[in-house]
Ligand binder design. Sequence first.
Ligand SMILES: NC(=O)c1ccc[n+]([C@@H]2O[C@H](COP(=O)([O-])OP(=O)(O)OC[C@H]3O[C@@H](n4cnc5c(N)ncnc54)[C@H](OP(=O)(O)O)[C@@H]3O)[C@@H](O)[C@H]2O)c1
Length: 281
Amino acid sequence: MSDDLFDFSPKVRQFTVVGNPIEHSKSPQIHQLFAQQFDLRIDYGTTLGEVGGFNQAVQHFEASGGAGLNVTVPFKLDAFHLADQLTPRAEFAGAVNTLWFDGGKIHGDNTDGIGLLNDITNNIGFDLAGKRILLLGAGGAVRGILQPLLEAGPSELVIANRTEGKAIDLAQLFEPHGSVKASTFKALEDQQFDVVINGTAASLQGELPPLPQDCFKPEALAYDLMYAAQPTLFMKWASNAGATHCHDGLGMLVEQAAEAFFIWNQHRPSTAPVISALRSY
Ligand SMILES: NC(=O)c1ccc[n+]([C@@H]2O[C@H](COP(=O)([O-])OP(=O)(O)OC[C@H]3O[C@@H](n4cnc5c(N)ncnc54)[C@H](OP(=O)(O)O)[C@@H]3O)[C@@H](O)[C@H]2O)c1
């Protein structure tokens, strides 16, 4: 008789993160640290997606008993199109970073925006209400964070992007949700902001967006969506340019993961110990 007949332990739920590249993803580590907080046993792996093969990878994972997936570059748009049911915030974002299977359907959400908001308001303790925000970039990440940022009630949100047309398109799309306008980098001269968020991929290439040196108001926050073991190039520049608070996107990464963990497991993890643990590695 098989030993399995006497195995009454709860089934270990399986999760994965799909991306390309994927080997440096911190998501497995983050989700295991969350699971330990509730004595939950989960299996969270990584899946290297092939361009053009995203849907197949998800179907294969579901067929093998998978419960949910995180989705990272370059598949957030594929995940958006694959999901049968989208949350309102995923609809606004036009991109999906969290998938799960329920009732024969694939559900999709975008937790990047709430992740950023939770990091800025709860972890950093910075109130965005009434503040003038400059958002740099107009790619997938910026799309995902625009609606939650506008919901936080800034006095104005300005989007500046290297390709101006994309900033204009985004500003028009999100106009019904708050005071948002597009700008070129050049037109930022002589303008000051309480918050500057770098949502460009410039840091990944060791470059800086072309910002005027005097763009920070007193007590300003500079936030780089990118994260690294050392302060990023943008954080170093912002600190020299007078920003009081300079942060990278590690907190956002952990907070977006916490939201996905909650969706999948109905437990809300504490994020502070996980952020500290990742910083100490
Ligand atoms: N912390 C987190 O949890 C988290 C989550 C998501 C993303 N991120 C980070 O956010 C950043 C953006 O990701 P994404 O998915 O939005 O990328 P994306 O869709 O490829 O968009 C890249 C954006 O960066 C701009 N850009 C690229 N190189 C530039 C340069 N040298 N100078 C100025 N602008 C430049 C692009 O401008 P054009 O339109 O002109 O090409 C575009 O607006 C990445 O660093 C990523 O690691 C972090």
